[in-house]
Design a protein around this ligand. Structure first.
Ligand code: ADP
Ligand code: MG
Length: 268
């Protein structure tokens, strides 16, 4: 009798992130127009595209910070919202959202640190309040993750005593300490002075090397090419094309991608 073999594509059921036919509008503005996207475990996907194309909105949907009207986002096969609930589609419960969100860490352009909290305090807080990690354990993890982003010497520093790059690294450590399955970065270096960008990119690069599953939105094209396993080019709320960095940067199929990249490299 022939041996039964499992088809390879069954793996696709275990995509870390799956986005299907996603639509999001703000009032009468249709922003995301049917996004399909899968992110595999261990993959670094970089989303590029003009300002206003919907990159942040897409990332925010991956965290349910925005609620799409159609389509779905699933994290390891689990939906935020039942996609079949047509006509009766319900907002997910707070407890379900909280549990799903704990799988997804997010780092924004703005670091959102509190002036009266130390680096250690920031990285401990969410662990204790959201994940109910005991304080001593949370402190150990906080020290570990602050060390990982190169801030072992700054555990007791307040935001005002840290540079922008250091503050952003605290924000990264804070997200990592929750031990999410996926990390999302939305223009994590665009609020930084140019000389501080490198230290933050270095941390992200190290995470990519460790095969952390990540989705990055960036307008640092050289970095995107360097760190991305796959590049997604978005324009006007659609994925125009995607592929390995060599292809997207050297030989894109679409005129819009080419124009965007030509414009970027001519001015940088
Ligand atoms: P990108 O990150 O690619 O620059 P965004 O996802 O931030 O694009 O925005 C896409 C479009 O959606 C923009 O035109 C923006 O003005 C609009 N938009 C984003 N968030 C909101 C909101 N909360 N309310 C209304 N319009 C929004
Ligand atoms: Mg944006």
């Amino acid at each position: 009798m022939p041996e039964l073999t499992m088809p390879k594509h069954i793996e696709l059921d275990h995509n870390m992130i799956e986005v299907k036919k996603l639509h999001k509008s703000f009032g009468s503005l249709h922003i995301l127009k049917g996004i399909d996207l899968a992110v595999h475990k261990g993959e670094t996907v970089v989303i590029i595209g003009p300002s206003g194309s919907g990159k942040s909105t897409l990332l925010r949907c991956m965290n349910y910070l925005e609620r799409p009207e159609q389509g779905y986002v699933a994290i390891e096969g689990e939906y935020y919202e039942d996609p079949e609930g047509y006509g009766g589609r319900k907002r997910a419960s707070e407890s379900h959202i909280a549990r799903m969100r704990s799988m997804v860490g997010m780092v924004f352009q703005r670091f959102n640190l509190f002036p009266n909290k130390t680096a250690l305090g920031h990285v401990m807080a969410a662990q204790v309040t959201v994940k109910k990690v005991p304080k001593e354990e949370a402190r150990k993890r906080a020290e570990y993750y602050l060390g990982k982003v190169g801030l072992a010497e700054k555990l007791h520093a307040y935001p005002s005593q840290l540079s922008g790059g250091q503050q952003q690294r605290v924000a990264i450590a804070r997200a990592l300490a929750m031990e999410p399955k996926v990390m999302l970065f939305d223009e994590a270096t665009s609020a930084l002075d140019p000389e501080l960008v490198g230290e933050v990119l270095a941390v992200i690069k190290e995470l990519a090397a460790e095969e952390k599953t990540m989705v990055l939105v960036t307008h640092e094209m050289k970095f995107a090419r360097d760190v991305g396993d796959r590049i997604i080019f978005m324009d006007h709320g659609v994925v125009v094309e995607e592929g390995p960095p060599e292809v997207i940067f050297n030989n894109p199929s679409h005129q819009r991608t080419r124009a965007f990249l030509d414009n970027y490299f001519n001015s940088h």
